[in-house]
Ligand binder design. Structure first.
Ligand code: PGA
Length: 243
């Protein structure tokens, strides 16, 4: 399976910036064999769907509500995302777990909602620096996987150590390899061969300079890219390093 390079724009991207970025991406696809996904903010999804029409770049969102509709002021449902032409959704990102108190139970409910709407969930897990220093990194990630993934899970998992996000300090290849092996073991143990074949992305300060080293690790199924996904050339350079 091709690797997946996903761009998480976070809370960035006004109309003009989105047009510039997406036209830069669609113009630079020659020689790229990886699957590409961009996840703009909600406010740019319809614009992005239109700009990406006919392009192989997939469109994703950064969160959804667990309910299909109803009295949830300010929230967006998975069906609404699908209605905008979205095919994937990032769920349980550490910034949402930290800033919005999203528990594993809440993330699991969102994963189920995403699947009901036909979206591919990208479920994020990862330990904080303090948890790693305490020797608890693997236990934390195993607990997050157990709680955040519903039975019969189909989708993508992203390992994003919190201490590596937005810091310019990505995890080293040995740490990435070791944690991806743990995650793969958990997924295989719980979901069988299909679980073992789940793509596991690495995220946390992936950039054009370190992408090749990370993406050649056999356990790595792609990358979830934050900061470097905001510049077309940087994102394309990461995609070119993928297989
Ligand atoms: P970063 O963010 O690449 O800016 O570290 C990654 C993420 O949070 O998904």
């Amino acid at each position: 399976m091709a690797q997946l390079i996903a761009g998480n724009w976070k809370m960035n991207g006004l109309a003009g910036e989105a047009t510039l970025l997406l036209s830069g991406l669609t113009a630079g696809l020659a020689g790229i064999s990886a699957d590409l996904l961009v996840c703009p903010p909600f406010t740019r999804l319809i614009q992005a769907a239109s700009l990406l029409a006919g392009s192989p770049i997939m469109l994703g969102a950064q969160d959804c509500h667990a309910a299909a509709s109803g009295a949830h002021t300010g929230d967006i449902s998975a069906d609404m995302l699908a209605d905008c032409g979205v095919g994937a959704v990032i769920l349980g990102h550490s910034e949402r777990r930290a800033a919005h108190g999203e528990s594993d139970d809440a993330v699991r409910a969102k994963v189920l909602a995403a699947r009901r709407a036909g979206l591919m969930p990208i479920v994020c897990v990862g330990e904080t620096g303090a948890e790693r220093d305490a020797g608890a990194a693997q236990a934390v990630v195993q607990r997050q996987l157990q709680g955040s993934l519903p039975d019969g899970f189909e989708g993508v998992v992203a390992y994003e150590p919190v201490w590596a996000i937005g810091t310019g300090r990505s995890a080293g290849p040995e740490d990435v390899q070791a944690m991806h092996a743990v995650i793969c073991g958990c997924l295989r143990g719980r979901f069988g061969d299909a679980g073992g074949a789940t793509r596991i992305l690495y995220g946390g300060s992936v950039n054009a300079a370190n992408a090749a080293q990370i993406l050649t690790l056999p356990e790595v199924g792609g990358a979830l890219v934050g900061g470097a996904s905001l510049q077309a050339e940087a994102f394309l350079a990461i995609a070119r390093a993928a297989r």
